[in-house]
Design a binder for this molecule. Structure first.
Ligand SMILES: [Ca+2]
Ligand SMILES: [Ca+2]
Length: 339
């Protein structure tokens, strides 16, 4: 596990794991199976429900996250462009149409129009506001115009073009990764708590945390501790009235709700998890460890998509029942139809 995590993190850092990269085979579709084995006397079973690739969109630079804006019916793609922790102000966010046409590759771009954007990762929408996790800052943009409208800093670093910055020197965020907006308007953000040394080794200064930004911009630590397993993706489960959080540094898929002192384990899988979405009754999770997107509908892992080099923060298009898959090491986004 240590080696695997190191490798994944090195890959995240744009370092040495590129040799493991492999292209997804054209027919990497894998049956999604909950179908029980047929009786021995049965003829060939009918085709199991399967997923299929709808479109591949090339041309991104370390794409981390894809989010469906249901109001505009557009996909946003965050592009780290370089190391995940480099404050290089070259990150950008793309707008992609559901048919795969790139409407605007650099809809929001660091260094343009006074915008600061270094290594954008998780995305979340609250009305017309697009929230973006960016290393130790959470930034807000107008989802229709791309204009910067708000910045909440979770570190003592100054951010440059911030219009409305809340500096939280005592909190010292390390590696903000994913975020989700709760029905109250509160925003929850994971901090994976990792850094890289000069030669690509993964350090874990921690702590592992989930921050909460209240609607009035007050920031608190919602939960912290090693039980979060270097948390990466976070999603809201509106039916279960809980958050689902996936471990990058462990093997667990976790649930947590405000008031819980620690998360609970929902299921275990290969680990090295990145993105998570709750789609109907299913929890869909991506894993760097085995290069898959899997479903955990029943608590058991069912591999849906395999052979993906660096499957990062997946999104879900509920209108079309499609998984939106950023292929981090392939600089592309794949759209997959679920059954
Ligand atoms: Ca960058
Ligand atoms: Ca992530």
């Amino acid at each position: 596990m240590r080696v695997t995590i190191l490798c994944a993190a090195l890959a995240l850092a744009g370092a040495a794991c590129k040799p493991i990269e492999r292209r997804a085979p054209a027919d990497s579709t894998v049956a999604a199976v909950t179908t029980p084995a047929p009786p021995a006397t049965a003829p060939s079973p009918p085709s199991a429900p399967s997923v299929s690739k709808v479109v591949t969109v090339e041309g991104f630079l370390a794409p981390e996250s894809v989010l469906h804006d249901t109001t505009q019916d557009i996909y946003f793609v965050s592009n780290i462009n370089g190391s995940p922790l480099a404050k290089d102000n070259n990150g950008f966010i793309s707008r992609v149409k559901p048919d795969g046409a790139v409407e605007n590759l650099k809809f929001i771009e660091g260094g343009r129009n006074g915008i600061v954007l270094n290594a954008p990762k998780g995305l979340a929408l609250a009305g017309d506001t697009l929230w973006v996790a960016d290393i130790d800052v959470v930034r807000a943009f107008n989802a229709k115009t791309g204009a910067a409208i708000d910045t909440v800093s979770l570190s003592n670093a100054k951010t440059g073009a911030a219009i409305d910055t809340v500096s939280l020197s005592k909190l010292g965020a390390v590696f903000l990764n994913d975020l989700v907006v709760a029905p109250t308007g509160a925003i929850y953000i994971t901090d994976t708590g990792i850094r890289f040394d000069d030669v690509g080794n993964v350090l874990h200064p921690g702590p592992d945390r989930i921050f909460r930004i209240a609607p009035d911009r007050t920031v608190t630590v919602a939960v912290r501790g090693d039980t979060l397993g270097r948390p990466n993706g976070i999603a809201l489960d509106p039916v279960g009235k809980r958050f689902v959080i996936v471990e990058f540094g462990g093997r667990s898929i976790l649930s947590w709700k405000p008031g819980d002192r620690a998360p609970s384990v929902i299921a275990k899988g290969p680990g090295g998890f990145d993105g998570v979405v709750v789609a109907g009754g299913k929890i869909l999770v991506s894993s760097w460890t085995d290069s898959t997107v899997s479903s955990y509908e029943t608590g058991q892992e069912v591999k849906l998509i395999t052979g993906i080099p660096g499957p990062a923060d997946i999104g879900y298009d509920a209108k079309r029942n499609r998984v939106l898959l950023p292929v981090f090491l392939g600089n592309r986004v794949e759209v997959w139809q679920l059954p």
